[in-house]
Design a binder for this molecule. Structure first.
Ligand code: NA7
Length: 532
């Protein structure tokens, strides 16, 4: 492994899709960069999330880089939704193809970063004792990379094996003959439970909130479909960047409102989208996340599918969500609800009586002991801010932790007042997790690249978001969220899944208008930033 450089133009933290492209983009402009990565390979989220059934719920032909036409032509995706191993192979291929590894220091955690206002440079300290000086500090740490492991009493006394879906053992886990507890029913649980159930002797699922899931209808990609997309890739990528979510231009969103549709029209539209599968279910009508009554029509359609799928009416009732559909991330499943028809799967409701404790032999709820051999924590992430706040980043007068004490505040989701020359890729206040992450990553990387090129061209060496621009941006993000149903449920978008986390709606809705705003800010000479 190469030694980290002592002085570079930019330090990039993280070698997932954001860090890899940032490195490539800066190098192409003649900058030097050093990437630090905790893992022993590239891939970020897709390096860590190796649980059974892990897949991306954005289609593979779209969840991929667009910056290199050669790359997108040569890479062959095999399934409509790529598995984690396939996505990881893709990340590794990109690292090799663009010779990225020589500037990535693996197995290395950044411990602190301090900005010196006299030199306008960051000093980045890592756990191997190295110090690297850089003009820019670029956070490419990922939105779903800091796991949320609830602090249940007795958690460490459990005598069997415990796993978290977000830090799954690389050698895999054999559940054959085991009694398994799965805690949580979000996307990771929805993907893994059907597969674990095929292996285990018994699976007991502990559910706090029932989840809405739409079928993936995953399938091998037909050669003709791939050829068609590849023949028009530029148009598809451009069209995706004009959408609100950065993907899905092949199945356009409805422009009319559900509130104006007849019951028969609603039924036909939901039926059609259900049969097509995937996240575009919620794209049927323009008002589904704006109008509670409209949302209810889409929710009720899914509830009926659950009741029709699950044999035991009591289990079906427990699995049926009552809240707004889509205000928590919609899950995309393969046989999730039907798995509860298996004799070796049972469901425990922990919504009224939470998990009391983890005992050496299992999980205790309401005085009842569920004895198991393994516990799978599918309990999600300290999303969007967790990994950023783990880095002890200190501006001239304020640290990131202090700046975000009452919740994250950014300008454009790219920059934080008080932390000059620092950029956050897909940070809070940008569309990030509400979009195709790779589209958002590319847009941020290209904006940051253009910004540092412009600074070099003009002989500028310090950039910082003004407090006023940041305040206005935070108000804007909140205003947009408040126009929707998103803030109405306890989602990880709001930080509600982590006890004690400030409740702030973190992502900004709407990719296309956001990209336009970022372009305008740059065109106006980086309006809202103080440049020296
Ligand atoms: P999620 O979606 O945050 O799901 C975590 C699940 O764990 C969810 O069902 C939670 O219930 C549950 N949970 C969390 N803490 C507890 C406690 N203390 N007790 C019981 N249950 C708990 O994480 P995933 O990994 O599934 O998915 C993350 C994203 O990855 C996903 O949205 C996609 O974008 C890809 P809750 O709903 O909070 O009541």
């Amino acid at each position: 492994m190469s030694e980290p450089r002592q002085s570079v133009d930019a330090v990039i933290i993280g070698a997932g899709f954001a860090g890899m492209y940032m490195l490539h983009a800066l190098r192409e402009q003649g900058f030097t960069a050093q990437v630090f990565e905790v893992a022993d390979d590239v891939g970020g989220t897709w390096y860590w999330n190796r649980y059974p059934g892990a897949r991306c719920d954005v289609e593979s032909l779209e969840y991929s880089y667009s910056f290199s036409p050669e790359l997108e032509q040569e890479w062959e995706w095999t399934e409509r939704y790529a598995t984690q191993p396939e996505i990881l192979r893709y990340a590794q291929h990109v690292a090799d193809r663009f010779d990225l590894r020589r500037d990535i220091r693996f197995n290395t955690r950044v411990q602190s970063a301090d900005f010196d206002d006299t030199t306008t440079r960051w000093t980045v300290a890592t756990d191997d004792g190295s110090r690297t000086s850089a003009q820019f500090l670029i956070m490419a740490v990922g939105c779903l990379s800091s796991t949320n492991l609830p602090n249940f009493p007795g958690r460490d006394t459990f005598a069997g094996a415990s796993y978290h879906t977000g830090t799954w053992p690389h050698e895999g886990v054999d559940f054959t003959g085991k009694r398994v507890a799965v805690i949580g029913t979000g996307s990771s649980a929805v993907q893994s439970i059907p597969i674990i159930a095929q292996q285990a002797q018994h699976v007991t699922v502990f559910q706090r909130t029932p989840t809405y899931a739409v079928p993936a209808h995953n399938r091998p990609l037909a050669a003709a479909e791939v050829a068609e997309v590849k023949a028009h890739y530029r148009e598809l990528r451009a069209a995706n960047r004009l959408t609100m979510v950065g993907y899905g231009a092949r199945s356009p969103r409805g422009e009319t409102n559900a509130s104006d549709a007849s019951p028969a029209e609603l039924e036909a539209e939901y039926e059609r989208r259900w049969a097509a599968g995937g996240l575009s279910y919620l794209g049927g009508y323009a008002d589904l996340l704006l109008n509670k009554d409209s949302n209810e029509t889409a929710a009720e359609f899914i509830r009926r599918q659950i009741r029709a799928t699950v044999n035991d009416p009591a289990v079906a009732e427990l699995l049926t969500p009552t809240n707004v559909v889509g205000c928590k991330r919609l899950c995309v499943d393969t046989g999730y609800y039907a798995t509860f028809n298996r004799p070796n799967v049972s469901l425990v409701d922990v919504s009224q009586q939470p998990i009391e404790e983890i005992t050496p032999r299992g999980v205790r709820v309401a005085g009842v002991d569920y004895e198991v051999d393994c516990i799978v924590y599918a309990t999600g992430f300290d999303a969007m801010t967790g990994s950023l706040l783990k880095i002890n980043a200190n501006g001239p007068e304020i640290s990131l932790q202090q700046a975000w004490e009452a919740g994250p505040r950014t300008y454009l989701g790219l920059s934080v007042h008080g932390l000059p020359n620092m950029f956050t890729i897909s940070g809070p206040g940008s569309p990030s997790v509400l979009t195709n992450m790779i589209t958002s990553i590319e847009q941020h990387v290209e904006w940051i690249r253009d910004c540092v090129v412009a600074m070099r061209d003009k002989g500028l060496h310090r950039i910082e978001a003004t407090e006023q621009a940041q305040d206005e941006w935070v108000d804007y993000v909140n205003m947009v969220a408040d126009m929707t149903l998103f803030p109405t449920c306890n989602s990880w978008y709001l930080g509600a899944n982590v006890p004690g986390k400030p409740r702030v709606f973190m992502p900004l809705l709407g990719f296309a208008p956001y990209e336009e705003q970022c372009k305008q800010v740059a065109a106006d000479g980086y309006r809202g930033f103080a440049l020296v």
